[in-house]
Design a protein around this ligand. Structure first.
Ligand SMILES: Cc1cc2nc3c(=O)[nH]c(=O)nc-3n(C[C@H](O)[C@H](O)[C@H](O)COP(=O)(O)OP(=O)(O)OC[C@H]3O[C@@H](n4cnc5c(N)ncnc54)[C@H](O)[C@@H]3O)c2cc1C
Length: 508
C-alpha cells in the first residue's frame, strides 16, 4: 500500500465507496480504509426512493445496484397523524429496498474495479502536518500492523463515527432519536400491505417504519426520544421493549403479529447533527460524517451519494487546478450546509402533519425545535438548485406564468447582469458566469436543469416563447443534455420575466 496516495478515504460505506469510484475513474490514486464489519452486528434494511437513480447514475453505480437483485421500492403506505395514505411513486417508477451489508459490498467492489485500493483497518484521528492544511493518518490494519499515511487529500466518510468530523459536530440536542429494530419473516407474506411498499406510522411516543427486503421479510423499527423515555423501563430486554412499543401502533402491530421474529431486536442512534465546518484544510467531511438528517426523510443514502459526488468533484478540481481549491471547498461547504437545511425543513412538514393529533412530548418537542429554526429564502445553492416550490408560490412568478402564451410575441432581454460564480461543469468546479437577479443576488445559472443564460441568449432570436422552447430543446439535444419538460421550461421563463431579465413583447 502506498503511504502517500493522492486521496485517502476513511470509511467504505456508500459515501466512501462512491467517492473512491469516481476519483479512481478520474485517474487519481485512491486508498480506502474500511473497518471490518462486526460479525455480531445486524445489517439494516433501508429504502431508496426512485429519485436516488439520478445520483446513482452520476456516480456510475446505477448498473451495479440494478443488477444487485434488490427488492423493488414501489412507494409508501402511511398511517400518519391518524390518517391512512397510500403513495405509489409517480409513473410506476421504482427505487430499491436494500440490505446495507450487501449494498455497501457491491459499491466497494465497484470502487475496487475502478482502481481504488481498499484496505481493511481502523483509521485513527488524523493529525495536521506540513503547511497546516495537510493531514497524517494512523491506520491499524486488520492484521494488527500500524501504518502512517500522508495523503494529498483526506475524505472523512466514516459516518456517525466521524473520525475527524466528530471534532466539528453540532448535535441537534432537541431532537434525539433512538431506533429499535427487529427483523420479521412471514412465509406467506403480508396480505394487508403492498409487498413493495415501505410503511410509516406515527404514534404518540414516536414513529415506526417497516422496510421489506423480500416478499417474506421485513425490518420493523420504532423511533423514540431516549431522553423522554427509557425504552428498557419495565422490559426484560430490548426485544421485550420493542414489543411494548409496537403495542402502541396499529399498522406495525398488524405486521409483527402475523409474522415470526428473526433474531433479537437491536438499537441504533438516529439523532440529527450537522457540522460547524465541512472542509478543514485538505480534508472534507462527507455523507453522514458531515451531517445526519432524520431517517423519516429516507434520503440518507441519496444525501451521502450526492455529498460523495460533490466531494469527488471538489478534490478533482483542487488537484487539477490548485488555484481554484479555495473556491471549490467553499462551494462544497455551502452545498452541504444547504442540503442539511433543506432536509430539516422537509422534516417540519412531516412533524406538522402529526400536529395536534399526538399531543405527546415527543412531537411537541420536535415541533418547538423546528419552529425555532431560521427559514431559508430561495437558495441558488440548494442541492437540487433553487427551490421550485417557494418560487411557485411567488405572486409575480405565478402572474408571469399565467400570462405567458406559447404563440405570443418575442421576449426581449431586459436586465442582464452576470457575475462569475463557482459551478460544477463536468467533473470540475469552474468559475463561470451566472445571472444576478433580485431573487438571486448571489447568482444563479441553472434552474430545474435549465441553463438560464442559454435561455436568455436564445430569446433574442426566437419569435415567441414556443419557438424559444424549440430552440432550447434543439440546443440541449446537440449538447447531449436531458430533454426539458415544457411546463418546467415555461416556469423558468416566468421566473426570468418576474425578475425583469426577459420582457414580454406587446400582446403577450
Ligand atoms: C435507523 C435508521 C434508518 C435509516 N433508514 C434509511 C433509509 O430508509 N433510507 C436511506 O436512504 N437512509 C436511511 N438511513 C440513513 C443511512 O443509513 C445513512 O445516511 C448512510 O449510511 C450514510 O452513508 P455514509 O457512507 O455517509 O456513512 P456510513 O454508512 O455510516 O458508512 C461509514 C463507513 O465508515 C466505516 N468506518 C467508521 N469508522 C471507521 C474507522 N475509524 N476506520 C475505518 N472505517 C470506519 C464504517 O464501517 C462504515 O462502513 C437510516 C439511518 C438509520 C440510523
Amino acid at each position: 500500500m502506498t503511504s502517500e496516495p493522492q486521496v485517502l478515504i476513511l470509511g467504505g460505506g456508500p459515501a466512501g465507496a462512491a467517492a473512491a469510484r469516481l476519483l479512481a475513474r478520474w485517474g487519481h490514486e485512491v486508498v480506502v480504509v474500511e473497518r471490518a464489519a462486526d460479525p455480531a452486528a445486524q445489517s439494516l434494511a433501508e429504502s431508496l426512493p426512485p429519485s436516488t437513480r439520478k445520483i446513482l447514475a452520476a456516480t456510475g453505480l446505477l448498473g451495479v445496484v440494478e443488477a444487485g437483485g434488490f427488492h423493488p421500492n414501489g412507494g409508501n403506505t402511511a398511517l400518519w397523524g391518524g390518517e391512512g395514505r397510500r403513495d405509489d411513486f409517480a409513473g410506476g417508477a421504482t427505487g430499491f429496498h436494500i440490505l446495507r451489508s450487501r449494498f455497501d459490498g457491491l459499491l466497494r467492489e465497484a470502487a475496487a474495479g475502478a482502481g481504488a485500493e481498499i484496505v481493511g483497518g481502523v483509521a485513527r484521528l488524523p493529525e495536521r502536518v506540513g503547511d497546516g492544511e495537510g493531514w497524517r493518518v494512523e491506520v491499524v490494519l486488520d492484521a494488527g500492523e500500524r501504518v502512517e499515511i500522508a495523503p494529498g487529500w483526506v475524505l472523512d466518510c466514516t459516518g456517525r463515527a466521524g473520525v475527524l468530523a466528530r471534532r466539528y459536530r453540532v448535535l441537534e440536542a432537541e431532537a434525539p432519536t433512538l431506533a429499535v429494530v427487529r427483523r420479521y419473516r412471514s412465509e406467506d407474506g403480508w396480505a394487508n400491505v403492498d409487498a413493495t411498499h415501505a410503511l410509516v406510522e406515527s404514534f404518540e411516543r414516536g414513529w415506526a417504519w417497516s422496510v421489506p427486503t423480500s416478499e417474506r421479510e421485513r425490518h420493523v423499527a420504532v423511533m423514540v426520544d431516549p431522553q423522554l423515555q427509557d425504552v428498557l423501563e419495565g422490559a426484560a430486554d430490548l426485544s421485550a421493549a420493542f414489543e411494548a412499543e409496537i403495542e402502541n401502533t396499529a399498522l406495525m402491530r398488524s405486521i409483527t403479529n402475523s409474522a415470526v421474529p428473526a433474531g433479537d431486536a437491536w438499537a441504533v442512534t438516529a439523532s440529527m447533527y450537522t457540522s460547524s465546518e465541512f472542509a478543514v484544510g485538505r480534508a472534507l467531511l462527507v455523507g453522514d460524517a458531515a451531517s445526519f438528517a432524520d431517517p423519516m426523510s429516507s434520503y440518507g443514502v441519496k444525501k451521502a451519494l450526492a455529498s460523495a459526488w460533490l466531494a469527488a468533484v471538489t478534490v478533482n478540481t483542487a488537484i487539477r487546478t490548485p488555484e481554484l481549491a479555495g473556491a471549490a471547498t467553499a462551494f462544497y461547504s455551502d452545498r452541504e450546509r444547504a442540503m442539511y437545511r433543506s432536509l430539516r425543513e422537509g422534516l417540519a412538514v412531516e412533524v406538522d402533519e402529526v400536529g395536534e393529533r399526538a399531543p405527546d412530548a415527543f412531537w411537541e418537542r420536535r415541533a418547538r425545535w423546528l419552529a425555532d429554526q431560521p427559514q431559508s429564502a430561495a437558495d441558488a445553492n440548494a442541492p437540487d438548485g433553487p427551490d421550485a416550490e417557494t418560487l411557485r408560490d411567488d405572486p409575480e412568478v405565478r402572474a408571469a406564468f399565467h400570462a405567458l402564451r406559447l404563440g405570443s410575441g418575442r421576449l426581449r432581454v431586459g436586465r442582464r447582469e452576470t457575475a462569475d460564480r463557482p459551478l460544477v461543469i463536468g467533473n470540475r468546479i469552474r468559475m463561470a458566469p451566472a445571472l444576478v437577479t433580485p431573487r438571486f443576488p448571489g447568482g444563479v445559472r441553472f434552474f430545474r436543469d435549465v441553463d438560464l443564460l442559454r435561455v436568455v441568449h436564445l430569446a433574442t432570436g426566437s419569435p415567441n416563447p414556443g419557438a424559444l422552447y424549440e430552440a432550447y430543446s434543439e440546443w440541449a439535444a446537440r449538447e447531449d443534455l436531458p430533454p426539458v419538460d415544457l411546463a418546467n421550461f415555461i416556469g423558468v421563463v416566468a421566473l426570468l420575466i418576474a425578475d425583469g431579465v426577459l420582457v414580454p413583447g406587446p400582446g403577450s
